[in-house]
Design a protein around this ligand. Structure first.
Ligand SMILES: NC(=O)c1ccc[n+]([C@@H]2O[C@H](COP(=O)([O-])OP(=O)(O)OC[C@H]3O[C@@H](n4cnc5c(N)ncnc54)[C@H](O)[C@@H]3O)[C@@H](O)[C@H]2O)c1
Length: 316
């Protein structure tokens, strides 16, 4: 799929998803301005793009206003894993809320279309399964995860108010668990955790009894959905779930990863962290219908690429 506009701003462009998005946009012939404060992202993720004539990197924190000239904005800046977003929760809320205000202000000045990387965490610990976009969620406003969940919910509110009040062209994407090369090795996310532990021959840590389920989307599929959403007709604004609906228990995931890595890893159980949802699965009917999008990469293929990436990282 091709995007039809010239210069793109990607905030959080040196992170896991942002760097893959920068790749896709540059490959598609677009100029990309990547903005990042390098809190969780790193130059290594975009090193191959530095020096490319269509790629520009700018160190900037989105909690401060930004004055640049672009045609479209992807707003991804925000730490995404609990370990990182709970490290400085006030900064996390600021990044989501002030970051959204600053990027929406920029979009308003430029009359630029803007996409928000929102999250399945806006559904909290859901009472309905799978989650549809019309579900309002069940989120704890005062817990340790609230800086992220409520920050992202407030950002969605801001996007819709800029749309209602200023007729800004917005797109809101609710991203479900995504995995792939360039995930942070120590961020506590389950796929990277299990792979790194298996590669090191360490016991695999499962929180709770391991019967809780998740669904995992491979990064290439996710970026395809993101690009399709940005390029969709102006009257389709979302929110839209993008994720893989195939559910798997944590025990099954651990076994799959140990099987693919090979070696002797065993499984150890630890207590569940606060507000950890029991189940999370996207209903992707809206994405199928409005964006003609569905995930294509199976878990086995996605894990193979991801394991190869971490094997290389650990050897370096
Ligand atoms: N990966 C997932 O499974 C997932 C799921 C749901 C939502 N998301 C959302 O997608 C986006 C990207 O997630 P990711 O997995 O690539 O995470 P990531 O942590 O790898 O990337 C986030 C990037 O934002 C940058 N950043 C953080 N605060 C910033 C600030 N104040 N100013 C400028 N840059 C800042 C970080 O340095 C990093 O490069 C996030 O908004 C996240 O909430 C991701």
């Amino acid at each position: 799929m091709r995007l039809d506009i010239g210069k793109y701003l990607v905030t959080g462009g040196a992170g896991f998803l942002g760097s893959h998005l920068c790749d896709r946009l540059v490959e598609g012939g677009h100029d990309v301005l990547c903005v990042d404060n390098f809190f969780t992202g790193g130059k290594a993720n975009i090193a191959h793009l530095l020096g490319h004539p269509r790629f520009e990197l700018m160190r900037h924190d989105v909690t401060f206003p930004l004055y640049v000239e672009v045609d479209r904005i992807f707003n991804l800046a925000c730490p995404a894993s609990p370990v990182h977003y709970q490290h400085d929760p006030v900064q996390t809320t600021k990044t989501s809320v002030h970051g959204a205000i600053n990027m929406l202000g920029l979009a308003k000045r430029l009359r630029a279309r803007i996409l928000q990387a929102s999250t399945s965490e806006v559904y909290g610990d859901p009472e309905i399964h799978p989650q549809v976009e019309s579900y309002w969620g069940r989120v704890n406003p005062i817990g340790p995860r609230s800086c992220y969940d409520e920050g992202k919910r407030c950002a969605e509110t801001l996007f819709f108010d800029y749309w209602r009040q200023h007729r800004l062209e917005i797109k809101v994407m609710r991203i479900f668990n995504t995995y792939g090369p360039r995930m942070h090795p120590n961020d506590g996310r389950v796929v990277s955790n299990f792979i790194v532990q298996a590669l090191r021959g360490e016991p695999i840590t499962i929180y709770g009894d391991g019967s809780q389920t998740r669904s995992f989307c491979y990064v290439d599929d996710l970026i395809d959905g993101m690009v399709r959403l940005m390029d969709s007709p102006a009257d389709f604004i979302g929110p839209v779930n993008i994720g893989n609906p195939n559910e798997i228990t944590m025990i099954e995931l651990a076994e799959r990863i140990v099987g693919q890595v090979g070696g002797p890893s065993t499984i150890v159980h630890k207590p569940l962290p606060a507000d950890d949802p029991r189940q999370r699965q996207p209903d992707i009917a809206v994405a199928r219908e409005q964006l003609a999008w569905a995930p294509k990469v199976g878990l086995e293929d996605g894990l193979r690429e991801t394991i190869a990436y971490f094997r290389h990282q650990l050897a370096a």
